[in-house]
Design a protein around this ligand. Structure first.
Ligand code: GAR
Length: 228
């Protein structure tokens, strides 16, 4: 395998998606290694998880900065110092300015708990339930200046079930996220997919579509491979 991509994960809270990436990266064949975890909130539970896993971790507390630019300069510097190739936002709930986003163009991934471009922003599951749609899901995409926009790497669909409330639905979508994010990072870090005209395409057209397909309907009981 080519050299593994060095990944920095940005979190703000519990970091369950971060954990799924850390677990996936333990596989010697995974094309990425997690080299640093950074939280904008010093009390984020995910920092302790990273610590327990022996991964370099630090808090860069945005509240200690007068403005976004100064915060982002330190964030950028910490990522550069860790020699990061790719950033994975994993529940990082801080808007980033165009300046930062441009510096990491095509090198920053994000996970969002809906089938984008529907339901961008916060309180996703509540809005999904209010809208009465029957299928939702999650998306991994490249970060662009517009919030929750950017080329889509992979998506997973999750059925909204009768009787769902926010808690039940978010738990099922989260379980799908935990399978989807490692899958998307694997595709992107291995360069099986590339960005072309702001869309994600297979790098090698000889690869089958299965190499770039997300799970059509997510079932927590099936491993992702069987859903492809
Ligand atoms: C996840 O559901 C993630 O998709 C969402 O925050 C949660 C973080 O959970 N992100 C967004 O809403 C970003 N717009 P985690 O800390 O357990 O990974």
């Amino acid at each position: 395998m080519d050299k593994k991509k060095r990944v920095g994960i940005l979190i703000s809270g519990r970091g369950s998606n971060m954990r799924s990436l850390i677990e996936a990266a333990k596989n010697p064949n995974f094309p990425a290694q997690i080299v640093v975890v950074i939280s904008n909130r010093p009390k984020a539970a995910g920092l302790q998880t990273a610590q327990d896993e022996g991964i370099k971790n630090l808090a860069i507390d945005h509240r200690k900065y007068d403005n976004r630019t100064a915060f982002e300069e330190d964030l950028h510097q910490a990522l550069v110092e860790a020699k990061v190739d790719l950033i994975c936002n994993a529940g990082f709930l801080r808007l980033l300015t165009a300046d930062f986003v441009d510096k990491w163009h095509d090198r920053q991934l994000n996970i969002h708990p809906s089938l984008l471009p529907s339901f961008k922003g916060l309180h996703t599951h509540q809005r999904v339930l209010e809208a009465g749609i029957k299928i939702t899901g999650c998306t991994v995409h490249l970060v662009r200046t517009d919030m929750d926009a950017g080329p889509i790497i992979a998506q997973s669909a999750v059925c909204v079930e009768p009787g769902d409330d926010e808690e039940r639905l978010s738990a099922r979508v989260l379980a799908a996220e935990h399978l989807l994010y490692p899958h998307a990072l694997e595709l992107f870090a291995s360069e099986k997919v590339i960005v072309k005209n702001e869309r994600i395409e297979l790098a090698d057209q000889n690869l089958t579509q299965a190499d770039n397909r997300s799970g059509p309907i997510f079932s927590p009981t099936l491993p992702l491979k069987q859903q492809l």
